[in-house]
Design a protein around this ligand. Structure first.
Ligand code: GLN
Length: 242
């Protein structure tokens, strides 16, 4: 029997802002185009995730209210999450999902929503919201583009995903955007992230295929449309002040 790569989409009923579902569609298509079998498991809030069954996990963005609900669910299995990511489980978390990987997300009224503590990271809601198009330079993954909309200011003690060349990033001050630690990638970039950044999609797929013990030589795909979309964005970007 052919083994399938199993991708878990966690809490799509609550964490689903700005077309985050497009990330799943991109991963699925890029596997199918290469003849690799894939299965997507959607886990609604209230259902227990079976972390040992997945090769890649996606957490999307959500509003503060939804984050509080999901935060409680996630915390209930903190030790399983810790073990899974230490074992190399790839995890892609966007915006609200990204914030929930840290110690806490502090709401505008001062209440702290506890996070999964997979990362040494904290987020404090601030004003104004950090909204707009964003471009970052990364080490090894080229330029990543997209859209951000968050009140939270995040700081952490890991490697960032990239350096902001246009937009706000983690906190609007240090020019860091996102995080890369173990096989975890966290980012504020929606819009959705992966259709516009196929190199990042393939990076997550390589990690997942390796983790699954499946072949991981991903032949290049015809990405000229994606590259043209990135170029069009970059031609219009407003650089941040150094
Ligand atoms: N509630 C969070 C914030 O505004 C996350 C929002 C989001 O996921 N777009 O910071």
């Amino acid at each position: 029997m052919t083994q399938s790569l199993r991708i878990a989409h966690l809490y799509p009923d609550l964490l689903n802002l700005y077309a985050d579902k497009g990330n799943i569609l991109t991963l699925v298509r890029r596997l199918e185009w290469r003849g690799i079998s894939v299965e997507v498991i959607s886990v609604p809030n209230g259902e227990e995730p079976r972390l040992e069954d997945y090769h890649l996990v996606l957490l999307g963005g959500g509003s503060d209210r939804e984050q509080e609900l999901v935060g409680r669910t996630l915390r209930a299995r903190q030790s399983e999450w810790q073990a899974a990511v230490q074992a190399g489980l790839p995890l892609l978390a966007v915006c609200g999902g990204y914030q929930l990987l840290g110690q806490f997300y502090q709401l505008p009224d001062g209440t702290k929503v506890p996070g999964l503590e997979l990362l040494d990271l904290e987020t404090i809601a601030g004003s104004p919201r950090l909204i707009g198009n964003i471009a970052i330079d990364t080490v090894g993954l080229g330029t990543i583009v997209g859209f951000e909309n968050h009140g939270g200011r995040t700081t952490h003690r890991h490697q960032p995903l990239g350096t902001v060349v246009s937009g706000h990033g983690n906190n609007g001050t240090d020019r860091d955007e996102g995080v890369r630690h173990l096989h975890i990638v966290g980012t504020y970039i929606h819009g959705p992230l992966l259709p516009k950044n196929p190199q990042l999609a393939d990076y997550m797929l390589k990690l997942a295929l390796e983790y699954a013990g499946m072949r991981f030589d991903l032949e290049p795909l015809e990405d000229s449309l994606e590259r043209a979309a990135q170029d069009a964005f970059l031609a219009r970007r407003i650089p941040v002040r150094a």
